[in-house]
Design a protein around this ligand. Structure first.
Ligand SMILES: Nc1ncnc2c1ncn2[C@@H]1O[C@H](COP(=O)(O)OP(=O)(O)OP(=O)(O)O)[C@@H](O)[C@H]1O
Length: 265
């Protein structure tokens, strides 16, 4: 993809409101305001805002180097927030250690799946899931993992590794799943299976943040979308309001209507 130019700010980030049911939760599951973070002196996030109500699937989309992975890592505490706030169900976790955020219900599937490549599928599962969890139920859901239980995780296909990385969620769903590039490199059939898992998890009460460069698949199941560029949200709104022009301008800048180029859409 060509180097993106500075994007037009297409709209003020919309603060998406809580569901209107009177019995709904008081606070959004995830509320991020003015988040700044980076590595050493290099600032990467310059005021990220994101509100994800309980039960929704949200997407954060943006080009290479926009700060998507840094956002994920800052949310779960792997990168320190230099300014701004992160709250889960109204509880401020901005400076909380990673284990406390995990206890608050946050679970990150990192880019690259986060499995132990030198360990067998079964050993990965034993490490990842609670010891009372029936691993057979994971194999039932993903038969491909069952037939490869003695194989090194590193020898699995990308899709099988993604299934393995989602196994703990399926066994014991947490309140908030953050998945960084979950669809990257997946064949269409496997991608559909993984999207099905996200749908299931939503039904089981998990709020989900899907982060990726390509909107393929992700926007089909997302309720809301935020577009990130150079460490800032340039557009946020309902997925149904996202059209091709908005996407192209967010990725390629105001001259998006120029000559044909390699497209991520
Ligand atoms: N550990 C690190 N140390 C220093 N700079 C980093 C580090 N990780 C990422 N960066 C820089 O931070 C910026 C944002 O990177 P980040 O990985 O968050 O982007 P991204 O949107 O996830 O892009 P990609 O899809 O390419 O991973 C980039 O300029 C990157 O080079």
């Amino acid at each position: 993809m060509s180097e993106p130019t500075e994007p037009t700010v297409l709209a003020e980030p919309t603060v998406l409101t809580e569901p209107t049911e009177p019995t709904g939760p008081t606070h959004p599951r995830l509320a991020v305001h003015g988040l700044h973070a980076g590595y050493g002196d290099a600032g990467v996030l310059h005021g990220v805002d994101l509100v994800l109500p309980s039960g929704r699937i949200g997407a954060v989309l943006g080009p290479n180097g926009a700060g998507k992975s840094t956002t994920c890592k800052t949310l779960v505490g792997l990168v320190r927030a230099a300014a701004g706030t992160i709250a889960v169900d109204g509880r401020d976790v901005t400076t909380a250690p990673t284990w406390r955020r995990a206890r608050a219900g946050m679970f990150l599937v990192p880019e690259g799946r986060g499995v132990f490549p030198g360990l067998s599928v079964e050993d990965n599962l034993r490490l990842m899931v609670n010891r009372n969890t029936d691993i057979a139920s994971v194999y039932e859901r993903f038969p491909a993992l069952g037939t490869r239980r003695r194989q090194h995780a590193g020898s699995l296909s990308g899709g099988e590794q993604q299934m393995l990385s989602l196994a703990p969620m399926l066994a014991e769903p947490t309140e908030l799943l953050i998945a960084d590039e979950p669809m990257l490199g997946l064949a269409p059939r496997i991608a559909d299976q993984i999207l099905g898992v996200f749908d299931d998890l939503r039904v089981r009460g998990t709020t989900i943040l899907l982060v990726g460069e390509s909107p393929h698949g992700i926007v089909d199941i997302a309720d809301q979308v935020s577009l990130i560029h150079a460490g800032r949200m340039t557009w946020s709104g309902l997925a149904s309001d996202l059209d091709r022009t908005v996407l192209e301008q967010a990725y390629f800048g105001p001259d998006a209507a120029g000559p044909p180029r390699k497209s991520v859409f």
